[in-house]
Ligand binder design. Sequence first.
Ligand code: FAD
Length: 263
Amino acid sequence: MNFLVCVKNVVDTSKMRIDPITGRLDRNGAKSIINPLDLNALEAALSLRKELGGTVSVISMGPPPVEEILRDSLARGADKAYLITDRKFGGADTLATSYTLAAGIEKIGNFDFIFCGQESLDSNTAQVGPELAGLLNIESICSIVDLKYKGENIVEVKRKMNKNVEILEVKLPALFTVSSELNNPGYPSIKGILNKKNFEIISLTADDLKVDSERIGIKGSPTQVRGIRPIIPVKKENISIDTPNMEESVNLFLKAMKKIKVI
Ligand code: FAD
């Protein structure tokens, strides 16, 4: 089996604040870390490799210092690491990020399992996993809390939906976004830590991926950020939209967003 884990370099938001006057991010004292849920994603791939055999690869898109989280992933037991890096990718929103990651994944091989974190600690949209699956034309199951390989390329997963747990079967290849309830991530090995500097990181640029220049970086990003402000606590409401009709579900979703004044 071939496993791929998407890992994102994030700013440790517990050490970051927003200047209430300028609205700017104050990153002083905040260091970069591997997105915490991506450690759960990596753990899922490593334990499945133990059970089924195969190779675990990790991939990230970001500037060169992102190599550090890839080295950390190799120290934790991953076999191969890929960094998609190029100035042309700068300013990417989730759509351009997913398009670029999908192009990288198509370039490096075929994967049976692709794992992502459910969401990132910083931008936190939870969009990249499902967008990636859409672009790769494979199934995606989000927010999984349990996963069992049943044989013959069938996987049984549990995911939490409000207070209920849904049990689903999915045929591989598929993409799973994982929640922190799935497992407890392990630690890097001593040998891995000592070897970190010698690990090979395979870099991929825009030219290597032969991407459409209109779909990457700022050019390929339809999202406009109007401003940044501290989060104001809001009353949470669980809304369940259960219709197979895509247009109807989008309309119901927009109506629900208007009702709680998000849009
Ligand atoms: P989510 O969807 O919450 O992440 C879920 C999972 O997807 C992660 O756990 C991980 O497994 C995977 N994943 C997400 N991103 C990556 C990645 N890069 N590599 C591998 N796996 C990943 N960010 C910048 O750093 N620099 C910029 O210049 C920049 N410009 C932006 C401009 C705009 C207009 C917008 C809207 C955003 C910009 N961002 C920028 C933020 C950037 O778009 C997001 O960080 C990125 O798209 C991922 O979104 P997310 O963090 O919400 O991921």
